[in-house]
Design a protein around this ligand. Sequence first.
Ligand SMILES: [Zn+2]
Length: 409
Amino acid sequence: MLNPRKFVLKLMAILLIAAVLPFNVKQAKGQGGIVVEQPQVAVNFGQSITFQAKVTSPIPIQQISLLFREINEETTRVETLTVGADGFVSFTYDASLNLIPPFSWIVFWFQATLNDNQTYTSDPIRFQYKDDRFPWRDTSRANVNIHWYAGDDAFGAAALDAAGSGMLAINELVPISLNDPIDIYIYSNTTDLQNTLMLGGVDWAGGHANPEIGVVLVAIAPGASQGIEMQTKIPHELAHVMLYRSLGDTYANQPIWLLEGIASMVELYPNPDYARALEIASGDDSLIAFENLCASFPADAGNAFLAYAQSQSFVSYIRDSFGSSGLTRLTNSYSEGFGCELGATNALGTPLSQLDARWRENVLGQNTAGVALRNLLPFLLLLALVLMVPLWGTIDMLRQRRKNGNNST
Ligand SMILES: [Zn+2]
């Protein structure tokens, strides 16, 4: 997985950190450093995050800042603070800006310039930005943690079973990791879930995975259909996490139809409405070309549903034609940076557009040659027109010439 250039870059980064670290540590522990007492964080989920502490130092503080970021973020927020008489500092972050994903970890620290013109940095402190609006209950098996607030003990146990079966299904397609923890939060209704996703900056429906932090959010109501919903939604979102853990940064290079197709294939109950959606779209010629499902899925619910149905069917067709190893070659090809069309050529010897046509022909029973001709018809008519105009002109010219010739004789 690790390419040599990345390895060298990583090594350089480690060496750089190693070179910088003792300097920082010396600064923080140097004479006249700062002492942070009783650091506290109060989370009002989706509203605000308040950081408070008492910062003291033997010599006066010129200037002090709070620095914080979500642990996977590259940019650090820096806020200048006012120090109270007893060293009390406080800052309230507006969490309604929706920039911090739910259940992600936030790291913060203080940095102060004292009257000796030296800058001192405190040790970092981590906390989790939890959706604390619900009385979460927990149960775990191996590296999977289930959190839920509606339903009994059996509900939590059934969710664990669904996660276990999902892992086995995923393992057929993607290597699974049993070390890093995965947290699955089960909301009891889509409104609660969608509020959370919007609060986390994602305006999206259904389940959701945040693979970078190993967090899965789904909406499943306790009741008769809980089993089917668990065995559909949990494996799907788990697949996103496992794909991310297997592909690393190159997860972002993968076409959306491929990621969603793989995730939909491991759902333990195939969606019965997918076949119907495909049949209708195939019949009225409204299927979406896969080259238009590489970067994103349609925003409207109807076309998004069709996009999932197509991806599930298309990726299953690729797996049936080229095997699981074909799918692995495909993800590797996109990881290497091939574009959507050529990635398929590189991995499977067939460009995406041709795979699309073959899928329509073999799975949906379309006559793609006929479809292609029908699509070409307007252009053929236009071509005929374009060719006929000069032809008429020539005929006209010849007629004129003959007439003129007749006159001169
Ligand atoms: Zn998905």
